[in-house]
Design a protein around this ligand. Structure first.
Ligand code: MN
Ligand code: MN
Length: 476
């Protein structure tokens, strides 16, 4: 008979990462489900990096956050933010402790894989009108055919006016569509490799199919179908074909976040990577009033294509904000060495999603070192590919510090790697932060079907991730 004693011994000796739905109380489950509803609503109106940024600023301002440019001096309890070109955001709540103890930072990205319109997108072919796209981030191209698509973004007219565009989200809106070949004629296509059977240049969305009817004294256009679409856009937005060059129009799935399963354990949604981490990272910061250390959440753009450009994590604009805090806590001037030491003392969770173990694709995972859905936040000491190439690697003492904080605050967590060592790999923004001497570790939740137009996460992971992020910035 197994005694109570030996069970206890095993509990201590063996690492356990249980499914969190097994042991959740009724009350906690209710809070968890309610948090999921709030996330779904936010995700539905924040499909692009611009929308996520705009909605985050609106939420922050309603809680008293001010643009850092409007402040000459800062003190404990001050809530500030800086928009990063309207496509990224960095926010902070100033803490009680001296800034020399460093910032506590949460960093997520708010861009997601999608199709961008090309600078000259419009063309007519065989009595239909299409927009040409250029895919953004790592996608399986065939997944984007035959699903409802929406266009989101901005376009600028010659008078310098910015027009916001969202078509395909309202039930009464039309949607856009990429055709695929019928199986009856698909013999050749079906024998191709999956990476080849939908070429990138074929990811063209259908945008129209009625010709412009020339008036009595007008010549019939050589491209009447294209002309009809251009006329429509001119009437509605005042734009001409050349204005697409200044536009930033993104094609995203026209789907809303929905519960998955009879028990509603999961949520399917577009752009969980990485908005499912960005949302709790934002909420954990917005919950701060007068934290011990100065807390920061950064929501970056362009992660899916290498964190470049002035809105990506490699942009100094994020750093400028941190510099400005250090300067404005003093006499307004910047002591560079002091600043560098503040950064070296800072601690960060690079909050990005990971993959969830999927038994259908068991051969790419190493079971003992992979994240399971509903087992909570995954601490990923390193990412990279082919022998840890290109990774940040957190030090053991930093991992020990975080896990101590999590355990003290009853935060469940799991750990592991992405997949089998040579199965592939990936990176996050962590490496760009670590070069300043900051202690950084990747910490996000598992996703099924990552980078697909409709990805899946677990509600309980989302909820405990929020508690984990909050525990981190309040206690580390
Ligand atoms: Mn990501
Ligand atoms: Mn990604």
């Amino acid at each position: 008979m197994a005694s109570k004693k030996s069970e206890k011994k095993e509990e201590k000796l063996f690492a356990e990462y249980p499914n969190l739905y097994e042991d959740i109380s009724k009350a906690d489950k209710e809070v968890c489900m309610a948090f999921a509803e709030e996330y779904k609503s936010f995700l539905d109106i924040s499909k692009t990096e611009r929308e996520f940024t705009e909605n985050s600023i609106e939420a922050a301002v309603s809680l008293g956050f001010k643009d850092i440019a409007s402040k000459n001096k800062l003190k404990a309890g001050d809530k500030i933010y800086a928009s990063i070109k309207d496509k990224g955001l960095i926010l902070a709540v100033v803490g009680k402790k001296d800034i020399s103890e460093g910032f506590n930072i949460l960093g997520a990205h708010v861009d997601s894989p999608r199709l961008d319109l090309k600078p000259n997108p419009v063309y007519e072919d065989s009595e239909a009108v299409y927009f040409k796209t250029h895919y953004y981030g790592g996608i399986k191209k065939y997944q984007w055919t035959t699903i409802p698509l929406a266009i989101h973004g901005v376009i600028y007219t010659k008078d310098g006016v910015k027009h916001k565009v969202t078509i395909g989200e309202d039930e009464s809106d039309p949607i856009f569509y990429i055709t695929d070949l019928l199986p009856h004629l698909g013999n050749e296509q079906m024998s191709k490799k999956a990476s080849e059977f939908v070429p990138a240049e074929d990811l063209n969305i259908v945008v129209g199919g009625m010709p412009y009817k020339a008036k009595k004294n007008e010549d019939r256009s050589r491209e009447p179908y294209k002309e009809a679409v251009l006329k429509f856009l001119n009437d509605k937005y005042g734009i001409v074909e050349k204005d697409f060059v200044t536009g930033e129009l993104e094609v995203v799935p026209a789907v809303k976040a929905r519960d998955v399963g009879f028990d509603r354990a999961f949520i399917a949604g577009y752009g969980h990577d990485d908005k499912v981490c960005a949302y709790p990272a934002l909420m954990a910061l917005l919950a701060q009033e007068k934290p011990e250390k100065t807390c920061v959440t950064m929501l970056t753009d362009k992660e899916e294509i290498g964190s470049y450009a002035n809105s990506g994590a490699q942009s100094v604009l994020y750093e400028n904000f941190l510099m400005e805090i250090v300067a404005k806590l003093g006499d307004g001037s910047l002591d560079m060495l002091k600043y560098r030491k503040v950064i070296a003392a800072s601690k960060m969770l690079s909050t990005d999603v990971t993959t969830g173990y999927d038994p259908k694709y068991a051969n790419v995972y190493e079971r003992r070192n992979t994240a399971f859905m509903s087992h909570g936040l995954k601490l990923e000491k390193y990412t990279g590919a082919r022998g840890k190439s290109g990774t940040n690697e957190a030090t053991g003492d930093f991992v020990a510090e975080i896990t101590r904080v999590f355990e003290k605050n009853n935060i469940p967590w799991q750990t592991g790697e992405l997949g089998k060592i040579d199965a592939g790999g990936g990176g996050t923004i962590s490496a760009y932060m670590a070069k300043y001497g900051m202690s950084v570790i990747d910490a996000g939740i598992p996703v099924w079907s990552m980078h697909a137009p409709y990805e899946v996460i677990s509600k309980i992971d989302l909820y405990y991730m929020y508690l984990a992020y909050k525990a981190f910035i309040e206690n580390i």
